[in-house]
Design a protein around this ligand. Structure first.
Ligand SMILES: NC(=O)c1ccc[n+]([C@@H]2O[C@H](COP(=O)([O-])OP(=O)(O)OC[C@H]3O[C@@H](n4cnc5c(N)ncnc54)[C@H](O)[C@@H]3O)[C@@H](O)[C@H]2O)c1
Ligand SMILES: O=C[C@H](O)CS(=O)(=O)O
Length: 494
């Protein structure tokens, strides 16, 4: 079932699917008969009832992927590139409908949802191009009759598990490089937001992807699906985006058969404002870094450090900007922030605020559930925050900006690095020598300097420490889906 409140909004109603894509077939009913509902976080209404699949369906999808991958890998890179290019064009042509589906199931404002669709499509376009540039090597032989050849070949069947906060882009930036090099792709989207992935299944068929090469498995039993992926001898790689907690579980499971993994995990981004920063630019950067997707973003500013010379001025400017944010249903015009994904997210935000204020922080603006009710929450700024507070160590994943004061550069670098996470970091400064020193000293996979938004398909996205392994996007991202084979040719007599 697809609710009419969703389907009536769509130009192409076939993009909202109440079936899973399993081994080239659309499965409306799980063999177990089990179903689960997808709800709109803005209204609580049911959007769809989907089949709640298990390990048997995962096995079917993997077996089909294994067979389809052989022919797919045998196609030329130009042929694979053409299919990906068609998928990109279909995503762009249907961006409005894909955005509606995304806003309905995840809650982000429609403009942000459309931006995510185009962002996801940019990875498909990028790897449609990169598909044709997977080069090997010819290495001078170590002996007169030897020739050393390096081939790059697709890793094989890729299993993917992705989160709810960017339900299109997080899957797109995995499936694009995987398909580009000749892999098969078996996806398990978040149970909270599976409709966006299913819509991609519809477009993939229209683009000409071979049957069985791409499956989308819907389930509430992610643990079983993950174990099935990690233990299946035809799965060669697991690509995961989500929390560090779950990433660790999956890495342990994948280790059983030494399966390759890519891990895009949690973050705790520092956002540092130095005395010489352009304060208006810093406020603009803090706003987009912190409140994009209502703070439900892995790379959002989680700790804002402001040097003492500009602390009060920055805090005042930030509070004014936060007060101007409009909170509401993602389908309404002029909305900057939708609801949080669920009540658990609201409770985590409240816990962080309560802990901080009990330990001495001051509530400068916001701090309570929004008057709209449900899972809406007031955009919040805390001042006087210190490193002993939970908000300094844990990923808030909500619209709370905690401001820490600092004096010396070495002090703030030490504080910024004092976390097990290492995904993104940001700072605003003008002195060039200091910019280089701080950028080199921050222990993060990505550093934004005088900008609060760094994500794009041409750059290597990924983290260090417990924020993950591997990179997505850029010329580096394709390596995660390739195996290097060395061929030594002998007896080549002069
Ligand atoms: N580094 C990145 O690129 C990136 C991007 C987006 C989100 N994230 C992180 O994801 C988290 C928020 O997303 P979330 O709440 O969906 O994370 P999550 O880890 O709870 O869930 C992510 C996915 O894993 C599945 N899952 C849950 N338990 C599992 C298990 N035991 N075995 C297999 N799969 C399991 C979920 O169903 C979902 O599909 C945050 O920590 C955020 O920082 C990171
Ligand atoms: O949540 C983390 C995603 O990677 C978001 S984005 O890539 O920065 O848009």
């Amino acid at each position: 079932m697809i609710a009419s409140t969703l389907s009536d909004r769509l130009n192409d109603k076939d993009l909202a699917v109440d079936a899973a894509l399993v081994a080239g077939r659309w499965l409306k009913t799980a063999p177990s008969g089990k179903t689960f509902t997808v709800t709109n976080p803005s209204t609580g209404e049911t959007l769809a009832d989907l089949p709640d699949l298990g390990s048997k369906e995962a096995d079917q999808a993997i077996d089909a992927a294994y067979e389809a991958q052989k022919d797919w890998a045998a196609r030329t890179s130009k042929e694979r590139s053409a299919v990906l290019r068609r998928l990109h064009d279909l995503m762009v042509d249907n961006a409005d409908d894909l955005a509606i589906i995304l806003t309905a199931e995840m809650g982000k404002p429609l403009a942000e949802a459309r931006g995510e669709i185009l962002y996801g499509a940019s990875y498909v376009e990028w790897f449609a191009e990169e598909a044709k540039r997977v080069y090997g090597d010819i290495i001078p032989g170590h002996q007169g009759d030897k020739r050393v050849v390096v081939l790059k070949q697709p890793v094989g069947v890729v299993a993917s598990i992705t989160p709810w906060n960017f339900p299109n882009a997080m899957m797109a930036r995995k499936m694009a490089p995987a398909l580009a090099v000749g892999c098969a792709f078996v996806a398990k989207p978040a149970e909270l937001t599976p409709l966006s992935a299913l819509a991609m299944g519809v477009l993939a068929e229209r683009a000409g992807l071979p049957r069985g090469l791409f499956s989308v498995l819907t389930t509430t039993d992610s643990a079983t699906m993950g174990k099935t992926f990690c233990s299946h001898d035809k799965v060669r790689k697991l690509s995961f985006t989500g929390s560090t907690r779950v990433g660790k579980i999956l890495m342990k499971q994948a280790a059983e058969q030494v399966m390759r993994t890519s891990m895009e995990l949690g973050g705790n981004a520092p956002f540092i404002v130095f005395n010489d920063a352009d304060l208006d630019a810093a406020v603009e950067g803090a706003m987009i870094s912190k409140y994009r997707n209502n703070g439900q973003t892995c790379v959002c500013a989680n700790r804002i450090y402001v040097q003492s010379g500009v602390y009060d001025a920055f805090a005042a400017k930030l509070v004014d900007a936060v007060k101007a944010l409009h909170v509401g249903d993602g389908f309404e015009d002029g909305i900057d922030a939708g609801p949080l994904i669920n009540q658990a997210a609201v409770e985590k935000v409240q816990d962080h605020i309560a802990d901080a204020t009990q330990k001495g922080a001051t509530l400068a603006v916001g701090g309570s559930p929004h008057q709209r009710g449900g899972t809406y929450f007031e955009p919040t700024v805390l001042t006087g925050v210190t490193s002993d507070m939970a908000i300094a160590r844990e990923e808030t994943f909500g619209p709370v900006a905690p401001l820490f004061a600092f004096d010396g550069v070495d002090d703030v670098i030490a504080k910024a690095n004092d976390t097990e996470f290492g995904l993104a970091a940001y700072f605003y400064a003008k002195d060039l020598a200091q910019v280089w020193r701080v950028a080199e000293a921050l222990e993060y996979g990505m550093v934004g300097v005088n900008t609060g938004i760094i994500s794009n398909e041409m750059a290597p996205f990924g983290g260090v420490k417990q924020s993950g392994q591997g990179r997505e996007g850029s010329k580096y991202g394709i390596d995660d889906y390739l195996e290097i084979k060395y061929v030594c040719l002998g007896s080549i007599e002069a």
